[in-house]
Every structure is written in C-alpha cells, then in structure tokens.
Design a protein around this ligand. Structure first.
Ligand code: DAH
Length: 347
C-alpha cells in the first residue's frame, strides 16, 4: 500500500476522532450517546471500514494503522463513558434538588391555633392598667415563706395562714398562694409613688369544684403615695372594671379581714348581668363580690422600708378566671385548664 494512502487513512482516523469528540461533548442524553457509539464504534462504523480496508497493507503499515485505530476506538469509548457519568450525575443532582426538604417552609394543611382566653385577657388587663399608669410585674411560681406570708404580716404560726391551703416543697418553699407574694419586693425596690400590678398563676392545695381550681390566675395591685385614701382605691377599681366590662359599673366596699390591709374588705361590683336589678348570678342582691382589697397595713409598708407616717397606699387581689367567667357566661372554672378543645375554640 502506498505510504500516502496510509497517511490519508491516519488523518481520516484523526478527523473521525475529532468529529466523534465534538458530537459526544454536545450530547445531552444517554440515547444520543448510544447512537454515537453505534455510529463510531459499531460494526458498520467508518473505523471498522478502515480496518477492513488494510488487509492488503504491509505488516508495518498494518501495525501502524491498527494501533492508531484501536487507540482512536478506546479514546472514543472513554469519552462516551466520561460523558455518561456526567449526564448521570447531572440527573441525580436534579432529583436531589427536587427532593430537597426545606425546613424553613411553613407546614401546609395544619390549622393555626390561637391564644388561650386567659392569655388574651391578661393582655387586655395589662393594657387597661398600663394606660392608668401601672407597671406590670410577674411573680415567681415558687417563692419563700417570707415573701408569700411573713412580709405580708402573716408570721409563722399565725392562724390566718389557714386561709391559704398551701403547697409546700420539700425544701420549705411555696408554690405561691397569691400574687401578693410580690408586694414586698415591689415596695422595697422603688420609691413612692408606686403603681404596679402583678399577674400570674397561683396554687391552692384544695378540692376543686365549679368555682375552685388548684391553679388559677390572680391580679394583685398596689398603689402607694402620699395622701392615698380608700376612695382612691374604689375609683381606680371602678375605672378598671368599667373598662373591662365596657359599661359603667358601681362599686361597694364591705369590711373583711386580711392581715396585710387595714381596713381590709371585699369589693363588690354592681351585677354586670342584671345591672344591679337582681338575678340568679348575683343571687338577687344586685352585687357581685369580686375581690379582696384594703389600705396597706403600716407593718407591711415598714417591712418594705416605707414610712407609714408619710405614705399610704392600697392593695387588691382578684382572680382573673372569675372575671372572665362572668363576662363570657362560663359556668365551670375547671374548663380553663381542661384542654377541652371545644371549649378553647370558642374564644
Ligand atoms: N391575696 C389575697 C388572696 O389571695 C387577695 C387580696 C386581698 C390581695 C386583699 C390584696 C388585698 O392585696 O389587699 O386571698
């Protein structure tokens, strides 16, 4: 075979190699690659034709062309394999991207809840008192004897302690029986005028029924300044209740005993259901007895470092659930913590 023919064939192999390389690079799926494999490496491919055509070549020419075309074959095969790998990787990535879980996406199909009636009422009560110049405090759920009792003029052994069925911890601490537990801290930490409310959960170790719960919410209030009198207290509470019940209400003070106030008493509200006319809820009296209150006992002021000769003040404490029950016609206090969704969803 003429040497120039051999050269022609060699350059043809190079051209085929280039051509195949370009097409393989451009291929974007496995079917195209398979077609290219058939075209360039199959039995009817041009490379095979070339090999068939060198039967009459001299052994050295045969060897040269054979080696060159075999090399071209394996180069094309490698390129195809490489490309297959690339395409598969790309496909996998696309799948991964599709299946990737984005944990920041809000869940769909789950119904949003809403704030509990007690929470929204706490916010409402805070709002009313803050507009009246009171600051808001929260109690410690577990407190000590001094803050829950002693600083409120209830020394150890005092019979008044029996009024509060108390949960004690093994270390002698108390699950607070009332939010009055913050009075001493508030009064000793700031100079009068002091206007503050304390809202939080209280605990009583007593049997439960429609009116009593072991865990409930109390709103304590204190107001200390020069020249504060009982009418200031009645005016303040009348204002609060009229805002909360959205109607003008009358208030009444009936003497009663609490160790931390003198005089102490119960405050009643003209019945919000019958407007004082007399109904089942107010037992035909026209009044609802709602809270304990009074003028802060001089001893309590003294224990907080306030001179009772210069300053006076009032304090009150009411149960939040009772207020809500009257407003929303709820007849069992145990419903609040029952987890009964039918009840909760109504508000
Ligand atoms: N701490 C009392 C209780 O839980 C309620 C109370 C009554 C608070 C009179 C007061 C008050 O501040 O002056 O039974």
């Amino acid at each position: 075979m003429e040497n120039s023919k051999v050269e022609d064939l060699l350059s043809k192999i190079n051209t085929l190699l280039d051509e195949a390389g370009t097409k393989i690079n451009a291929a974007d799926n496995l079917q195209i690659l398979e077609a290219l494999r058939v075209e360039y490496l199959g039995r009817k491919s041009q490379l095979i034709d070339i090999l068939k055509g060198i039967k009459d070549a001299e052994p050295s020419q045969k060897a040269k062309l054979g080696q060159r075309s075999n090399l071209a074959k394996s180069q094309i095969e490698n390129k195809i394999q490489e490309k297959i790998k690339q395409i598969k990787e790309k496909e996998l990535k696309a799948i991964e991207l599709q299946e990737e879980i984005d944990i920041s996406i809000p869940p769909s199909g789950i119904k949003k809840g809403h704030k509990h009636l007690i929470t929204t009422t706490i916010e409402e009560v805070e709002d009313i008192f803050m507009r009246m110049g009171f600051e808001v405090h929260y109690p410690y759920a577990i407190d000590d004897d001094y803050h829950n009792f002693e600083s409120l003029n209830i020394p150890p052994g005092h019979p008044a302690r029996d009024s509060w069925d108390t949960f004690w911890t093994e270390q002698g601490k108390i699950a607070i029986t009332h939010t009055s537990s913050m009075q001493n801290r508030i009064l000793s930490q700031q100079k009068p005028p002091v206007r503050a409310i304390v809202i939080g959960r209280c605990f009583r170790n007593e049997a439960t029924d429609a009116r009593h719960e072991h865990t409930f919410t109390q709103v304590e209030g204190v107001y200390v300044d020069k020249g504060i009198t009982l009418p200031d207290m009645l005016g303040t509470l009348k204002e609060f209740f009229s805002k909360y019940y959205k109607k003008d209400l009358a208030v009444k003070f009936t003497p009663d005993f609490f160790p931390f106030v003198e005089p102490g008493g119960m405050m009643s509200l003209s019945c919000i259901l019958c407007n004082g006319e007399g109904c089942k809820v107010c037992k035909q009296t026209g009044w609802l007895e709602l809270l304990g209150c009074g003028m802060i006992h001089p001893k309590v002021l003294e224990m907080a470092g306030i001179d009772p000769k210069t300053y006076s003040g009032f304090a009150w404490g009411f149960g939040l659930e009772r207020l809500i029950m009257l407003k929303n016609n709820i007849n069992d206090i145990r419903l609040f913590n029952s987890g009964d969704l039918d009840f909760i969803k109504q508000f």
